[in-house]
Design a protein around this ligand. Sequence first.
Ligand code: SME
Length: 152
Amino acid sequence: MTFNELKPHITNITSNATLSVDDRLLKICELLEEHIPYYNWVGFYFKNGDKHELKLGPYVGEPTDHTIIPFGNGICGQVAVSNQNFVVPDVKAQDNYIACSITVKAEIVIPIFVNGKNIGQIDIDSNTANPFTETDERFLEFVCKEVAKVLA
Ligand code: SME
């Protein structure tokens, strides 16, 4: 399925008020992992209350030990402070990287803003080298905006 074909499915999920917020987030993870071959681990991290750390939310893929990530640590922790997209074509080239699985070759993290505040992020790991383009960034920004509406 193309990104444009996936967009209405994303909106259907986010606007489904019969599901809990976490169930909606999980369904988004499942949709993306299922339909985009190079999205192999898809999950959400959110700011943990007023602590300077991220807490793992719904995800699909291998379980990770990194359920709490301090701000500044790894790709995710860096996005929590930079408020910028972070595209990593080759995780081996990163000094500040937290490995979750030896199969992962690349990662993309896009922040989620609610009322202008960075409250979390979508994190995607790929077992394919250098798979992400600006098209992924634009699509995932759309996903994050839809998710933000649910969290606002
Ligand atoms: N690789 C991430 C940690 C989270 S896992 O990918 C699930 C990082 O460096 O922040």
